[in-house]
Design a protein around this ligand. Structure first.
Ligand code: NAD
Length: 294
């Protein structure tokens, strides 16, 4: 039976690991936060005391960490996890990180005879819980075929974006667009409400009109418009603004490297930095709404 190690049980990792359990996979789990490990152990996962302990008997390793530096420090170097993973195993690195960072980890894994895919996701915490994530995969097609049954237990759409790092490039492009949509939606909601419209009425009109987009469909930033959206829960849960700022920074790095013109992405990054400076980095990224209301 496939033995999976899952490392990083945050907003996304915990529900993703839970779906692997539900699908019948044997998994060992590790996070720096002991409570998250304990809650999955109560549901049938094996609690590991360290990342090295988690991968001991694993043939597949899944990781879901915040950013490039966490991923590089987990896997690389003499003490890194790649030195502990059995050659021939497969690593599915699902965090959103810099494409160059992903390529570095790809090269180190290949040098040890370990297969690796960069497989960042889209769909938010709701998609992670429902097992409907979209995976954007970079790496070898054969490795993706091996990974498919595992990814399918956590997601609905699985795209092969291209070679090593291509999944991260796709993800960064997607999140730049998402940030621009979220900011545009927040700005329009504030304008309409300041001009006397009922927020729920305005949201529904725009959702069904030419301004309609994913944030109006699933994630309205105005509190009270959508019962289950983070905006209606004090902007808690969901996708932290500081992680969106990280992704917008990655998009700007990619733009720099390719001499691409990304003025909307650049402005989105500046607005998210402002939100972070106001002490809102741990809130959901829809809290960008706060910039437009007193
Ligand atoms: P999070 O901060 O909630 O979770 C990260 C987890 O990693 C934390 O529990 C942390 O304790 C753990 N961790 C950090 N370093 C570790 C280490 N060395 N060993 C073990 N555990 C470690 O973040 P998240 O919202 O779950 O996001 C994870 C990744 O997914 C990020 O790259 C993010 O950009 C991306 N993402 C998030 C969402 C979302 O809606 N939250 C959606 C798509 C993609």
């Amino acid at each position: 039976m496939t033995q999976i190690a899952f490392i990083g049980l945050g907003h996304m990792g915990l529900p993703m690991a839970r779906n692997l359990l539900k699908a019948g996979f044997a998994i060992s789990v590790f996070d720096l936060v002991q409570d998250s490990v304990a809650s999955l152990a109560a549901e049938g996962a094996k609690a590991a005391g360290s990342a090295a302990d988690a991968v001991r008997d694993a043939t597949v390793v899944v990781s879901m960490l915040p950013a490039s530096r966490h991923v590089e420090s987990l896997y690389l170097g003499d003490q890194g996890l790649l030195a502990q993973i059995t050659p021939g195993s497969l690593v599915l690195e699902c965090s959103t990180i810099a494409p160059d960072s992903a390529r570095k980890v790809h090269a180190a894994a290949a040098a040890r005879g370990i297969g690796l895919l960069d497989a960042p996701v889209s769909g938010g915490t709701a998609g992670a819980a429902a097992g409907t994530l979209t995976f954007m995969v970079g790496g070898k097609a054969e490795a993706l075929e091996k990974a498919r049954p595992i990814l399918a237990a956590m997601g609905k759409n699985i795209f092969h974006a291209g070679p090593d790092g291509a999944g991260q490039v796709a993800k960064v492009c997607n999140n730049q667009l998402l940030a621009v949509q979220m900011i545009g939606t927040a700005e329009a909601m504030a304008l309409g409400v300041a001009s006397g419209l009922d927020p729920a009425v305005l949201a529904e009109i725009m959702r069904q009109s030419s301004g309609g987009n994913w944030t109006l469909e699933k994630y309205n930033p105005w509190p009270g418009v959508m019962e289950n959206a983070p905006a209606s829960k004090g902007y808690s849960g969901g996708f932290m603004a500081e992680l969106m700022a990280k992704d917008l920074g990655l998009a700007q790095e990619a733009a720099q490297a390719t001499a691409s013109s990304t003025p909307m992405g650049a402005l989105a990054l500046q607005l998210y930095r402002l939100l972070l400076k106001q002490g809102n980095g741990k809130l959901d990224f829809s809290a960008v709404q706060k910039l437009f209301v007193e």
